[in-house]
Design a protein around this ligand. Structure first.
Ligand code: HEC
Length: 151
């Protein structure tokens, strides 16, 4: 099968007929390679969730987190300083949580891990008594930021 003419029609610049300047040495492959690399990088970005999931921030918004702790009614089980009516005694009190070394006695108390715990506790400690409160990742991150600000 002869595909060449079709190809030439679609890409007139690819024609190397008489009078058409020859491709300019190694420049073209280099251009092609950088374009391919750019595409690859963009592709990776999308694959890693660049568009779909927000990139993890170092720390969430503690002010927003304070409001969310009320909205999610974490205070029905936890005493949380600064959160009105958060006097629950079912879960451990969360005062001075920013000074704690561990979450639930097992996980290092760092922003990412705390946010993951709040968003889906059983995913990080199977069988835990802390329920999944249905918090989004972003909300969990903001609540984590508030809790870590308690000292
Ligand atoms: C139904 C009760 C209940 C609710 C509601 C609840 N928790 Fe918990 N939480 C618990 C229990 C029980 C534990 C202890 C779990 C364990 O040690 O495995 C816990 C543990 C925790 C811990 C670790 C405490 C420690 O001393 O290490 C944090 C932080 C926490 N919860 C945050 C939250 C946040 C934020 C919310 C709201 C989104 C929330 N909890 C809602 C019951 C609850």
């Amino acid at each position: 099968m002869n595909r060449a003419p079709q190809h030439n029609k679609a890409c007139p610049r690819a024609r190397h007929g008489p009078g058409t300047p020859a491709p300019r040495g190694p420049l073209r492959p280099a251009l092609f390679a950088s374009a391919a690399l750019a595409l690859l990088l963009v592709g990776c970005d999308v694959l890693q969730g660049g568009a779909a999931t927000p990139r993890p921030l170092a720390l969430g918004d503690a002010d927003r987190g304070l409001r969310l702790l009320s909205q999610y009614q974490c205070g029905s089980c936890h005493a949380i300083p600064g959160v009105p009516a958060a006097q629950g005694g079912i879960g451990p009190p969360l005062g001075a949580f920013g000074l704690r070394s561990y979450i639930a006695g097992q996980l290092p108390n760092v922003p990412d891990t705390l946010a993951r715990w709040i968003a889906d506790p059983a995913a990080v400690i199977p069988g835990t008594a802390m329920p999944d409160m249905g918090a989004s990742e972003a909300d969990a991150r903001d609540m984590a930021a508030y809790l870590l600000s308690l000292r």
